[in-house]
Structures are given as structure tokens and as C-alpha cells.
Write a protein that binds this ligand. Structure first.
Ligand code: COA
Length: 170
């Protein structure tokens, strides 16, 4: 399998991104969360308006593709918040997450943001720790009546040039 290429999301990517999210949550996050939790997080029917926000010009949303297949996506909000971050269940631990994060950090550095931060799943915590994020707090969040444990994590962005090169961003 070839290394992923990372580029800005296009409207045509949305259906594949939603399907990838549902599959990854149900197959990968299911290691750490109950079936009730994963089907609340990744229901059969998602809110199309919420997902269309990925395309908002104020957001920096990227997809990773390998051999023409969408293998991950992630987005950065203007205040440094990392909102969504998912890698295909069949492409875990193959560098896709690292490539996505490098692109987001490069953009954060370009915007001179002082920090990037997120609410990170139990599953993703080791990845973010290895990528230089620190845990600020463990928290319980309630989504559609179901409680989840996650972690508020943050780090500073890298200098822009370095992170963009690491991202292989086009
Ligand atoms: C978290 C996630 C995005 C990481 O993506 P990934 O493509 O698997 O990560 P990478 O292959 O780029 O990993 C880079 C490095 O991070 C570390 N890492 C990644 N996953 C890890 C894990 N589960 N345990 C320990 N270290 C991990 C490793 O050091 C890894 O390098 P290595 O494989 O050479 O040792 C992915 O596991 C995922 O989609 N998880 C489910 C969705 C999710 O929880 N998203 C976050 C929502 S808050």
C-alpha cells in the first residue's frame, strides 16, 4: 500500500467520510466503548447538516487517500480545536493519522495559533500522546443521553515549514 496523500476535502468526499467514521467507530472504538456508546456516537443515520460543516470555508478539513481510496479525514477549527479525526479501520497503525495530524498542525502554525486542542477518545489517547499532546483532564460527556469518558488534550503547533513537509501536503 502506498503512503497516503493529504488534501483539502471536497463535497464528493462526504459520503465516504461518513461511512468511514461509522465503520471505524463500530470496529475500532468498540475496543474501548460499549455497543450502546458506539451506536450513539456513530448511528445508522447521521445529521447531514452537521456533517456539511466539514466543507465550511472557515474549517481546515483534510482527507487522506491511498490508491484512490479515502483512508482517513480530520478537521481543524479556526480556534485550534481538532473536531473530527478518523482513520479507516483497515488502515490503523499505518501512518495515516500521523499524516493527517501533520497537515492540521501545519495549518495551525500557518495561522499562528498558540495551541491545538481536542476531546480525545480512550482509543485515540495513545496516538495523541505519541504526537506530543498532553492530557489536561479526563471528563465525562453526555451525547444523546449516553455518557462517554474522554480526555481534553492539547499541544503547540510545529513551525509551519517542517510540519507541511512531514505532512506531504499538496
Ligand atoms: C487514533 C487514530 C486516528 C490514529 O491513527 P493511525 O493512522 O492508526 O495512527 P498512526 O499509524 O499514524 O500512528 C502514529 C503513531 O502513534 C502511535 N499510536 C497510534 N495508535 C496507537 C495505539 N493504539 N497505541 C499506542 N500507540 C499508538 C504510535 O507511536 C504510532 O507509530 P507506530 O505505529 O510506528 O508505533 C486511529 O486509531 C483511529 O481512527 N481511531 C478511532 C477513531 C478515534 O478514536 N478518533 C479520535 C476521535 S477523538
Amino acid at each position: 500500500m502506498n503512503a497516503p496523500t493529504v488534501s483539502r476535502i471536497r463535497p464528493d468526499d462526504l459520503p465516504a467520510a461518513i461511512a468511514l467514521m461509522r465503520d471505524t467507530v463500530r470496529r475500532v472504538n468498540a475496543r474501548d466503548y460499549s455497543w450502546e456508546q458506539v451506536t450513539t456516537w456513530a448511528p445508522d443515520e447521521v445529521d447531514p447538516a452537521r456533517w456539511a460543516t466539514l466543507l465550511a470555508p472557515s474549517r481546515f478539513a483534510v482527507v487522506a487517500e491511498s490508491d484512490g481510496v479515502l483512508v482517513g479525514f480530520a478537521d481543524l477549527e479556526p480556534d485550534g480545536h481538532l473536531d473530527r479525526f478518523y482513520v479507516h479501520a483497515d488502515r490503523q497503525r499505518s501512518g495515516v493519522g500521523r499524516a493527517l495530524l501533520a497537515a492540521l498542525l501545519a495549518e495551525a502554525a500557518r495561522l499562528a495559533l498558540p495551541r491545538v486542542f481536542s476531546e480525545v477518545s480512550i482509543t485515540a489517547r495513545p496516538f495523541f500522546e505519541r504526537q506530543g499532546f498532553s492530557v489536561l483532564a479526563e471528563q465525562q460527556v453526555v451525547v444523546r443521553g449516553v455518557a462517554f469518558t474522554n480526555y481534553r488534550m492539547e499541544r503547540r503547533p510545529e513551525p509551519a515549514g517542517e510540519a507541511r513537509r512531514a505532512a506531504g501536503f499538496r
